[in-house]
Design a protein around this ligand. Structure first.
Ligand SMILES: C[S@@+](CC[C@H](N)C(=O)[O-])C[C@H]1O[C@@H](n2cnc3c(N)ncnc32)[C@H](O)[C@@H]1O
Length: 210
């Protein structure tokens, strides 16, 4: 995963140029900032900072963490992202903040978390947040005929995609498609007001930490 995204950094944003997804993207770009107004936000797996650029201007502060220095370099150079702090780090070993964050955002990250590590990731994230913090995850719906086809699942039930890069290399990447019930079930022991929203190609899941 880490190596794949480091190698893909320069071509990553092509994913946001797909013509059929533009209408959804404009809607989400409008919607997302409203979730983080005035908040100190911890963004997990921020990649090239595509989503950061929309909520950073209305947030109080943002720390964007990603495993890849290559993607963070691109994130840093974007307009609107100048005030964001960036950190190379591991989503499964998040650093303890001096003051717990008001909110967290993870875009297109949770689908890459193996089923066996989903709870571990969420519990680790909880430790960085204050009680009452808002968590928002955004990710892909599987759209037949449009999404990259899935290849055979592993014995644990994780699904995968075979992804090709411009240099001709191909990478087998975990890509899970949790539904609303899976997500609600995962956070039931620590979350309030779980809310699942869908667009044509994407889902968002948000909750408040108890
Ligand atoms: C699908 S990209 C999403 C990027 C960005 N959030 C977006 O929505 O455009 C997944 C990101 O996860 C990062 N990543 C992979 N493994 C990670 C880990 N263990 N900890 C933190 N980030 C990781 C990759 O470097 C990549 O930038």
């Amino acid at each position: 995963m880490k190596e794949y995204y480091a190698a893909r950094a320069k071509e990553y944003d092509q994913i946001y140029a797909k013509p059929e997804r533009q209408a959804d993207l404009r809607l989400i770009e409008q919607w997302l900032p409203s979730r983080f107004e005035g908040a100190r936000v911890f963004e997990i797996a921020c990649g090239t900072g595509y989503w950061t650029q929309f909520f950073a201007p209305v947030s109080k502060r943002v720390l964007g963490l990603d495993a890849s220095a290559e993607t963070l370099q691109i994130a840093q150079a974007r307009p609107n992202n100048e005030s964001v702090q960036w950190l190379v780090g591991d989503a499964y070993a998040l650093p303890a903040p001096r003051e717990p964050y008001d909110a967290a955002f993870a875009g297109f990250w949770f689908s890459h978390v193996p089923l066996a590590r989903q709870k571990e990731f969420l519990l680790g994230l909880n430790k960085t947040l204050r009680s009452g913090a808002r968590v928002v995850m955004l990710d892909n719906l599987y759209v037949e005929g449009n999404s990259t086809p899935l290849i055979a699942p592993d014995p644990e039930g994780n699904t995968y995609q075979l992804r090709k890069l411009a240099d001709g290399s191909s990478h087998r990447v975990v890509k899970n498609y949790p539904n609303e019930f899976d997500l609600c079930d995962l956070v039931a022991s620590f979350a309030e007001r779980p809310t699942y929203t869908t667009w044509q190609y994407y889902w968002a899941f948000e909750y408040t930490l108890r």
